[in-house]
Ligand binder design. Sequence first.
Ligand code: 7TS
Length: 415
Amino acid sequence: MIDHPDYGYDIAAVRADFPILRQNHHDNVPLIYLDNAASSQKPLQVIESIEQYYKGYNANVHRGIHKLSEEATSAYEGVRKKIRKFINAGSRREVIYTRGTTEGINLVANTWGREFLKPGDVILSTVMEHHANIVPWQILSAQIGTKVMYVPILPNGTLDMDAYERLLRDEPVKLVAVAHVSNVLGTVNPVEDMVKKAHEAGAKILIDAAQSAPHMPLDVQAIDADFLTFSSHKMIGPTGIGVLYGKRDLLEEMPPWMGGGDMISTVTLQGSTWNDLPYKFEAGTPSIAEAIGFGAAIDYLSNLGMETIHAQEQRITAYLLERMSEVPGITVFGPEADQKGAVAAFVVDGAHAHDVAQLLDAEGVAVRAGHHCAMPLHTELGVSATSRASFYLYNTYDEVDILIEALYKVQKTLR
Ligand code: 7TS
């Protein structure tokens, strides 16, 4: 038995905050939730904040002068300030609410991309991206004549940085669009270095932080990102809300994308003028309850401390990879633990990823199987599908052990 280091926080107290973790998955087996890269579970603090809003001060925001609307507006805008602090943005005006990462990327493609990219310009993505950071650039390119190119990966699952520099040098790259952390390989990309090199080449850079914002401290000013986007639901908050951070001067010169209420300053039958940031990009009634729940999630994460959460995830990742390496006939994709987030996508020799996931599910272990919205990456890896175990702050070393035991059982069943 390996002597597990401390979690850095009271793991029992944390787990007690997440009601869903108390249930049995099937009749007799407890739930081991290892699908956190897809979506995380929610603590009572988040669930109750939403209930309190609907019970106590539900109203539309930025409208009426009645007390309820003022209370709702103050809570909704208060969360924006929390997000500003959480990512160290220079101003709350740089924090745009979206429905999530996907919408954040599409917003940049449809506003900045349409306004500032020209036929022949190159958008540089990577082969390890989620479809959300590939498809919007392909759609845009089909419409305006830009070209999408991709940074390849090395055999260990890290980006080929020589190729990155070469592409920046040899191609007319105007935008780099890269994931901070891969949702399959877990690779933590050297974004500060990538930003520096993109800027030296005269390109802007968008960072898809869907898999980093939940797991490590983020400082958008230190990274010097032009755009950075993430989703609440992967960081113990509700679905339907996320953030696009953008540098203020860029956001100021971008035209709006969706038109409607709240995003205008004046409207006549002949034309309209736009509201100030961030509202220029927030047409229509927003996800108010979800934003309030997101605020409770940020409070929760901040109270534990993102450094503390990250340090624990690094320990559990090291333990996970060590234990998985003991099981014969299993290939885990991606780099070593010290370069990797808490995710292990793997294949079991002679077994289909979906069968593995189904058998694990019978043991109470919830993992995802498939291409994880990263088909080009799976093609590159030479597999059609992987099973993926992804961890978060409430997962335990005992759950790693249960996963490993379950994997031995799966192998026996499939043999
Ligand atoms: N980018 C990355 C790196 C992701 O992992 C995801 C979601 C997205 C973008 C899209 O986020 P959304 O909140 O807008 O949907 N990733 C996954 C996953 O790995 N399994 O399910 C969703």
